[in-house]
Design a protein around this ligand. Sequence first.
Ligand code: ADP
Length: 629
Amino acid sequence: MEKKQFKTESKKLLDMMINSIYTHKEIFLRELISNASDAIDKLYFRSLTDDTVTLRQSDYEIRIATDKEARTLTISDNGCGMTKEELENNLGTIAKSGSFDFKNENEGENKEKIDIIGQFGVGFYSSFMVADNITVDSKKYGEEQAYRWESSGADGYTISEIEKEKPGTVITLHLKDDTDDEKYSEYLDSYKIHALVKKYSDYIRYPIKMLCEHEHLKEGSENEYEKVLEDETLNSMVPIWKKSQSDVSDEEYSTFYQDKFYDFEAPLKVIRQKFEGTSEFTALMFIPAHAPYDYYTKNFEKGLQLYSSGVLIMDKCKDLIPDHFSFVKGLVDSSDISLNISREMLQHDRQLRAISKALEKKISSELAKMLENERDKYEQFFKAFGMQLKWGVYNNFGMNKELLQDLILFVSSHEDKYSTLKEYVSRMKEGQDKIYYATGDSKEKIALLPQVESVISKGYEVLYMTDDIDEFAIEMMHEYDGKHFINVCKENLDLATDEEKEAIKQKNEDEKDLLAFMKESIGSDVTAVRFTNTLTKHAVCLSSEGEVSLGMEKILNNMPGAEEHHIKAEIVLEINSAHPIADKLKALFESDKDKLKNYSKILYAQARLVSGMNIDNPSEISDLICDIM
Ligand code: ADP
């Protein structure tokens, strides 16, 4: 029979498994049982809508069997089974990103690091930590032909046709020989298997059965015992969320979460709540410690699992969780929701909406608590998911402003740290009635903006907005606690004294011919050129007038489809009236208008660069500068 090769990355992971020095090899059993349970879930799901699946809820089971002589451990299920193609695709490649990330992170690292294996959903492959040969016999539900997948490790696998009566999957591990350090044969011991199932798989919803030896009094005898093999169910099957909270350790919650939601990291927060009232339900939710790799893409699907009295009826129920909290993973179990309810009906279910509202409230109050009591943790959370909260502020015309505004953070010029809006307001100077902010690619770049420097030098605090969504969210909020948001790079900061204002007004009036000439020289890119006395050391800066700021212009024009209707901010070139360049310009206006024209263009280009924008005509500007030199 032809031996097929594993895909490259699978082969590497396999090598690691086979040669693993990982001490928690026992997790392989949890992985196989979880797979079996998933396979039954799949068939069970199908049975809800497909009349050809005739199994009853009580028929489903997972079975463990051992054969000490043959040194084999067998895990079987009567779940969905796999076709030949599925065997090939599912077991010939690494299916889950978790495993893949793991491999990437560990490339070239030393072997000690392999200890983190247990944190990843390494799945089926983990069996190679304890077995030197594995066969997977599988028959897909509804198909005639069954197949055997077999492999002895990294050199490949074979697939052949076999006879198998019932649908489902039977996985047989031939255990490795015992060594001085490692007694693989303990996985053949009944007590060990009992313990492992209790430890890792107790909440699995289907019975995990094993034939166990029990001693009974011999019939008709008073003191003679005989050994009988009897079926024993090893797991309690009580879902973790149905156990009393004091019976479940943090570690168990973590394991449950990582196992179920394929995360290699423990959750930042576990939220468990039993709701009573018009609708009764239990929710077990988790806030992940990091964003899934596809979180900010179109492919990400939000949703909580929905159970009806302990039975899974929907894997990703979108309507349970609002978009702004889409990062929350977990499940809801309600006894009020009917088992056979269709997806369409669920969407309009009033009960579901009531649950969703209650969850939203709970999540926001838990986040607020975390912000208050566990600041570091909250900031870690915010780095991962803050963008989603800010997007939530903006979305739906600011409908969720009240709910979210105290959960968002911005880096502030005050100690260069994250700050809430409330904290900003509490530090406002006497007489300050606005919240100042500026936008840019990074806080370092923003801090260097001429306007920002000048506002800070006057003793005000500035919020640095570095995410695309920031300014849109702020604009949507309009104000916080009665204080308006002001982009310091838009005009009209109103920080000057009346005298200063009068002086600059006069100056602009006096020099209006010069300024008009400069505006003419630059062209339609700017709506005006003006002198300013708010800059400290910089010669020039740009500000904007009207609705669209410079930051918004940049973002809007980067959006798909923006080519068609290019959006332009109304840009004003501001010249520092106290800078020597101001006198130079005045002199040139009298003596050399051609030169002034070039100066104007160069100053405008400089101002764009200082604002973190590109210039459209770099070679022209470069030539102009060389001319001057
Ligand atoms: P994961 O479970 O993380 O997806 P695994 O490597 O454990 O990764 O399994 C790969 C895939 O093989 C599973 O996603 C599933 O489709 C399939 N599979 C594994 N075990 C079984 C089983 N007992 N019955 C049906 N399909 C299975």
